[in-house]
Design a protein around this ligand. Structure first.
Ligand code: GUN
Length: 285
């Protein structure tokens, strides 16, 4: 069997086309959705992601504000900037690119963003709402994965989903979203013993490990749905995922490629959340 390719690039384009129309309609009503991105320090990967987020915002007709700080900036200055953006009516989404320098607390930064502008879906209020199945901003990568699964017509109810990785950004929330849609969920991580025992039971396998080509054909069962969240470089410097695509594609029923799978969906859902926040403002004005 050769797996069906879940094309995140194509779905992202389709969703962005429809969002572009919604942005134009909102502008006619006097609201231009605005995203503020705070970038601290000089991490090249963070800079690449931030540039891409800004470019995507502009392509949709949204405003994008970049605030850059050197990595020597004090935590207090960053928190003050967030408070200023919280009160700025032209800003609908606030995102602080992670990771942060060690002297700045992720938790304090995230807690300072008002939940109504937390388009990353990282604030404890949004996480709590997600856990209890209430309307909330969902974290962008897990949200994008759910959209890909839905778009592919995959039914989630009753399936065994195995999540490898337990980060706050991907692993933990994707397990929760799958559980919300009635999957049976198992979490695995770096201290899991006999990983293959679990991954081989997966109807849906989420690989969010951060190690190039880690998941091989021997990890999965025939016909599994395999979602690759990894963005790594292999020994030749080429972009690759956490899944050994060449091996796994012949055993899985569905698979996401890297690049072109989950990646394009992450920014798309960030745009979606920012647009949603602007629409919420219109409703409450
Ligand atoms: N760093 C890596 N992924 C993300 C993300 O989704 N949001 C933010 N703010 N930082 C990140």
């Amino acid at each position: 069997m050769t797996a069906y390719l879940m094309d995140g690039k194509k779905l992202a384009q389709k969703l962005r086309e429809s969002m572009k129309k919604e942005v134009a309609m909102l502008k006619e009503q006097g609201i231009t959705p605005g995203l503020a991105v705070i970038l601290i320090g000089n991490n090249p990967a963070s800079r690449t992601y931030v540039n891409s987020k800004q470019k995507s915002c502009k392509a949709l007709g949204m405003n994008s504000l970049l605030i850059e700080f050197p990595d020597t900036i004090s935590e207090e200055t960053v928190l003050d900037k967030i408070k200023e953006l919280n009160d700025d009516h032209s800003i609908h989404g606030i995102l602080v690119q992670l990771p942060l320098p060690v002297h700045i607390s992720d938790m304090k930064v995230i807690d300072t963003i008002v939940p109504e502008k937390d388009v990353d879906g990282f604030h404890p209020i949004n996480i709590g709402k997600m856990m209890t199945g209430q309307d909330a901003f969902l974290p962008c990568t897990p949200y994008g994965i759910m959209e890909l699964l839905h778009d592919s017509g995959i039914s989630i109810e009753g399936k065994h989903a195995v999540v490898v990785g337990r980060s706050n950004i991907v692993g933990k929330p994707i397990g929760q979203l799958l559980l919300n849609e009635h999957a049976t969920v198992t979490y695995c991580h770096s201290r899991t013993k006999e990983l293959t025992t679990y991954t081989k039971q997966a109807d849906i396998l989420i690989a969010a490990i951060g190690k190039a080509n880690f998941i091989t054909a021997s990890h999965i069962k025939e016909g599994a749905i395999v979602i690759d969240v990894g963005i790594n470089r292999d020994e030749t410097g080429a972009l690759c995922g956490d899944v050994d695509f060449e091996q796994v594609k012949d055993k899985a029923s569905y698979i996401t490629p890297v690049p072109g799978g989950v990646g394009p969906m992450t920014i798309t859902m960030l745009l979606h959340n920012t647009l949603q926040s602007a629409k919420n403002q219109l409703q409450h004005s």
